[in-house]
Design a protein around this ligand. Structure first.
Ligand SMILES: NC(=O)c1ccc[n+]([C@@H]2O[C@H](COP(=O)([O-])OP(=O)(O)OC[C@H]3O[C@@H](n4cnc5c(N)ncnc54)[C@H](OP(=O)(O)O)[C@@H]3O)[C@@H](O)[C@H]2O)c1
Length: 288
C-alpha cells in the first residue's frame, strides 16, 4: 500500500477521461503510472459512471498496491446505508477490497447530512475498507464541524494561480496546522489560466525557460507544498507537467506568485451556505 509520504506530488485526474477513445485513455493512464504518478482520483459522477467503467478495465492491468486511490461519495447517496453501498460498488468495479481515501464530492448537491455521511465513512475506516478520510468542496463552516467529528487526512478543493478562496478563508492554514494534506484540483484551470497571458506568468516562463503551466505547477509544489491533481492523457503534457517539478524558482519570484491577486476571480461571490446567491465553489473555475 502507498504510504502518505510516498504519494507523487502530481496526481492523475480522471474527469473527462472517457472523452478520449478507450485505447488512448488506457495508454495515457499507463504512461502516467510508468512516469511514477501513483495518486488517482475518481468518482461515479464522472460521465454517469463511464469513467469508473473505463477504470474497471485499467485496474486489473496494474499493481493496485502501488496506486493511491481516492474516491468520492456522490450526490446520489441519500441514506446512511448508501454510503457503504456506493463504496462496495467502487470496490467491485475497481477489483479491490479497499480505497485509500473516501470523501464527500460535493456537499452542495448532497441531501444526506454531512454528520451522518461521515459517521459512516469513519465506521468504514474502522472496518478497513477505507484507509484515509477526506473532504472535498466543503465550506469553511462544514470543514470546522467535520474536523471536530473525527480525524481527517485530506482536503480536496480548487486552488490555483487565480482562485485562492481556500487560502483567504483559512482552510489551507488549518490543514497545515493539523497536518492534513491539501490537494488542489484544476491547478491549470483546464489551461484557461495560460490563455489569459498574465504578464507575471509570461515573464517567469521566459526567465526559467518553461511554460506558464510549468511555472504554476512548480509554484504549487515547491513554494506552496501542495499536492495537485491534473488530468492529462497526452504524453507530451504529462512529461511537461512532471518536468515542472525539476527546477526551483528564486524566492523573490515565488513571493510574487504568492502576492498575485486575480480581480476577475475575487469578484465572483461563492455560495457557501447553499443560499442560491453566488456560485457553488465547484463551479468557480468555469466562470471566467
Ligand atoms: N473534487 C472536485 O470537485 C473536482 C472538481 C474538478 C476536478 N477534480 C479532479 O481534478 C482533476 C483535474 O482537474 P480538471 O481535469 O478539471 O482540470 P486541469 O487538470 O486543470 O486541466 C485538464 C485539461 O488541461 C489539459 N492539460 C493538462 N496538462 C496540460 C499542459 N501541460 N498544457 C496544456 N494543457 C494541459 C488536459 O488535456 P490533455 O488530456 O490533452 O493533456 C485537459 O484538457 C480532474 O480530472 C478531477 O479528477 C475534482
Amino acid at each position: 500500500m502507498v504510504k502518505l509520504d510516498e504519494i507523487f506530488p502530481v496526481g492523475i485526474g480522471t474527469y473527462r477521461l472517457e472523452q478520449s477513445d478507450k485505447a488512448t485513455a488506457l495508454s495515457g493512464l499507463h504512461y502516467s503510472i510508468e512516469r511514477g504518478q501513483n495518486f488517482l482520483s475518481t468518482g461515479f459522477s464522472y460521465a454517469d459512471g463511464a469513467v469508473v467503467e473505463l477504470l474497471s478495465a485499467f485496474f486489473p492491468t496494474i499493481d493496485r498496491e502501488k496506486l493511491f486511490l481516492c474516491t468520492y461519495v456522490e450526490p446520489n447517496v441519500h441514506t446512511a446505508g448508501a454510503v457503504e453501498g456506493q463504496l462496495n460498488a467502487y470496490l467491485k468495479q475497481l477489483h479491490t477490497d479497499y480505497v485509500d481515501c473516501y470523501q464527500v464530492h460535493n456537499p452542495f448537491e448532497t441531501d444526506l447530512p454531512l454528520e451522518t455521511m461521515y459517521e459512516e465513512i469513519f465506521r468504514l475506516k474502522r472496518e478497513g475498507k477505507v484507509r484515509y478520510v477526506g473532504a472535498s468542496n466543503v465550506s469553511p463552516k462544514d470543514w470546522k464541524r467535520l474536523t471536530e467529528q473525527g480525524t481527517l487526512d485530506f482536503f480536496e478543493g480548487i486552488y490555483n494561480f487565480e482562485c485562492r478562496n481556500y487560502e483567504t478563508n483559512g482552510v489551507m492554514a488549518d490543514c497545515r496546522e493539523r497536518n492534513i494534506r491539501f490537494v488542489c484540483y484544476q491547478p491549470l484551470r483546464r489551461n484557461r489560466t495560460a490563455q489569459k497571458q498574465y504578464p507575471l506568468l509570461l515573464e517567469l516562463a521566459k526567465k526559467y525557460g518553461c511554460t506558464q503551466n510549468q511555472v504554476i505547477l512548480n509554484w504549487l509544489a515547491h513554494q506552496k507544498r501542495l499536492q495537485t491533481i491534473v488530468k492529462s492523457l497526452t504524453p507530451a503534457n504529462i512529461d511537461a507537467n512532471l518536468a515542472a517539478l525539476d527546477f526551483k524558482m528564486e524566492a523573490a519570484d515565488d513571493c510574487r506568485m504568492d502576492a498575485f491577486c486575480c480581480p476577475e476571480c475575487e469578484q465572483i461571490p461563492v455560495d457557501w451556505d447553499h443560499s442560491g446567491v453566488g456560485v457553488p465553489i465547484h463551479l468557480l473555475a468555469n466562470q471566467f
